[in-house]
Write a protein that binds this ligand. Structure first.
Ligand code: PLP
Length: 414
C-alpha cells in the first residue's frame, strides 16, 4: 500500500461528476502528450478559439493593477457593483442598487455560495435537465438534493411549468433556470418564464436565474431576464464576464438580488457571511466590470454575418447533413446538442460514444449523459471554433458513425 492510501475523502464526492473536465479530459491530455491530434470542442471558452476580448476591458485591468493589491470589500468594489446595478436597471430590474449586487470569482463561486446560503441537509433545488453540471454538483456539495425537471426536445427544449410544479415537495427551496440554456441553446420565452415564476410564487421558492449567456442571442430572439417576470419573488440573477467579454480566465461574475424588500433579511445576512469568509473576489478582475458593461461588442458577433453566428450556422448546417442526426437549432449561448438516431447507428451509452470518438478520431465532445438525466444519444459540441475546425470535427464524427451504421439510408431519408 502506498503512503496515505488509506486517507478517506468525503462521501459527498461519490455523487459528483463533471464530464466537461472529467476522465475524458485526462485521456485527451494523455493523447496530446503522446503526440496525437486532438480536436477539443468540449469547453465553452471563447479565448481558447481565438475570440479576443475587447481591448478596453483588458486595459482597464492592466492600468489598475498597481492599486489592486489589497483585499476589496467582501461584496466587491462599490464602483463595479454600481455598474452591475445600472446594467440591470437598464434591463428593467428597477430596484437593483449596488447593495443588492455581490461580485465573485465567476458565477461558479457565487452559485456555490448561494446554494450554501439556501439549502439545509436534504433540502431540494429544482434543476433543469439537461443542465450545466456545475449546478447539480454545487447543490450536492452544499448538502442539498438536486431534483431535475424535464426540458423537452420535442418542444424546442422548453420546460413545462406544470411538470416543474409536480416535482415540488415540502423540502423544495429553490428553482433554477438557465436561460439562454447550456447545453441546449434554447432561449425560453416570456410565457414559460411567467409559468415558472408562478410556481415559485405559489410554493414560496427562491428563483435562481443563471443568465450568463444573456448577450449571446441569435436570429433576433428576445431574452427576458427572469426577475422582470417575477419582481415580487426573491430572485438571484447570475451573470459575468466569462462569456460576455470573453475573459473566463479573469474569473469575474456577479449575482443581483431582487424581490426581497429591504436590504436586511436572512438571505442577505447569509450571503454577507459567506462572501466575507472567502475574503473578496479577485480585485484586478473587478476593475474590468465598468468597462465591460460600457462596451457591447457581442451583438456584432451574434448578428447575422457576425463571427459567432457564422460559426453556429456552419456547425448546425453540417450536422443537419449527417443522416440520422437531428439538432434543435440553438438560439442562444454557444453549444449544439445533436441527437444521434440509435436505430440508424449501433451505439452504446453516451459515455462510450464520447470515449470512442476521442480514442478513434481524436474528437473531444461532451456526452449528453454527463449533463443530467437526458434520453441517450446526445452530444454537446461547442460552436465557438473557427469554421475549418468545425468542418474537421464533423468529418471525424461522420467517419465514426459510418463505421457503426446499422443499414444504408433509404433514398430521400436524412
Ligand atoms: N453557468 C453556465 C450556464 C455556464 O455555462 C458556465 C460556464 O460555462 C458558468 C455558469 C460558469 O461561469 P463562470 O466562468 O462565471 O464561473
Amino acid at each position: 500500500m502506498t503512503a496515505h492510501a488509506d486517507i478517506r475523502t468525503s462521501r459527498k464526492l461519490s455523487r459528483i461528476s463533471y464530464s466537461l473536465r472529467g476522465p475524458l479530459a485526462a485521456q485527451a491530455e494523455r493523447m496530446r502528450a503522446a503526440g496525437d491530434d486532438v480536436l477539443a470542442l468540449n469547453l465553452g471558452d471563447p479565448a481558447a478559439y481565438g475570440l479576443a476580448p475587447s481591448p478596453e476591458v483588458v486595459h482597464a485591468v492592466r492600468d489598475n493593477l498597481g492599486r489592486s493589491c489589497g483585499y476589496s470589500p467582501a461584496q466587491g468594489l462599490p464602483a463595479a457593483r454600481e455598474a452591475v446595478a445600472r446594467h440591470y436597471r437598464a434591463k428593467g430590474l428597477d430596484t437593483v442598487g449596488s447593495r443588492d449586487v455581490y461580485l465573485g470569482n465567476g458565477v461558479s463561486e457565487l452559485a456555490a455560495l448561494a446554494l450554501h446560503a439556501l439549502l439545509g441537509p436534504r433540502d431540494q433545488v429544482l434543476v433543469p435537465a439537461p443542465d450545466y453540471p456545475m449546478w447539480t454538483a454545487s447543490a450536492v456539495l452544499a448538502g442539498g438534493s438536486p431534483v431535475h425537471y424535464r426540458c423537452d426536445e420535442a418542444s424546442a427544449w422548453f420546460p413545462d411549468p406544470a411538470d416543474i410544479a409536480r416535482r415540488v415537495t415540502d423540502r423544495t427551496r429553490a428553482l433554477l433556470v438557465i436561460n439562454p440554456n447550456n447545453p441546449t441553446g434554447a432561449v425560453w420565452p416570456p410565457e414559460i418564464l411567467d409559468g415558472i415564476a408562478d410556481v415559485a410564487r405559489r410554493h414560496r421558492l427562491v428563483l435562481l436565474a443563471d443568465e450568463i449567456y444573456a448577450d449571446h442571442l441569435y436570429d433576433g430572439v428576445p431574452h427576458a431576464p427572469l426577475a422582470t417576470r417575477a419582481p415580487d419573488v426573491p430572485c438571484l440573477t447570475f451573470g459575468g464576464l466569462s462569456k460576455r467579454s470573453r475573459i473566463p480566465g479573469y474569473r469575474m461574475g456577479w449575482l443581483a438580488l431582487t424581490g426581497c424588500p429591504g436590504h436586511e433579511n436572512a438571505l442577505t445576512d447569509a450571503l454577507d457571511t459567506l462572501t466575507s469568509l472567502r475574503l473578496c473576489p479577485n480585485v484586478p478582475a473587478q476593475r474590468a466590470v465598468e468597462a465591460a458593461l460600457r462596451v457591447d461588442d457581442t451583438t456584432a458577433l451574434t448578428a447575422p454575418g457576425g463571427e459567432l453566428c457564422r460559426r453556429r450556422d456552419h456547425l448546425c448546417g453540417l450536422l443537419d447533413g449527417i443522416s440520422g442526426v437531428r439538432t434543435v437549432k440553438p438560439r442562444g449561448a454557444f453549444y449544439a446538442f445533436p441527437r444521434i438516431d440509435r436505430g440508424r447507428y449501433r451505439l452504446a451509452d453516451d459515455e462510450s460514444v464520447a470515449g470512442g470518438l476521442l480514442r478513434e478520431e481524436g474528437l473531444f465532445v461532451v456526452p449528453g449523459s454527463g449533463l443530467g438525466p437526458v434520453p441517450p444519444g446526445h452530444l454537446r459540441i461547442v460552436t465557438l471554433a473557427p469554421t475549418e475546425m468545425l468542418t474537421e470535427a464533423v468529418t471525424r464524427l461522420t467517419r465514426f458513425l459510418h463505421r457503426r451504421r446499422t443499414r444504408l439510408p433509404i433514398e430521400g431519408e436524412r
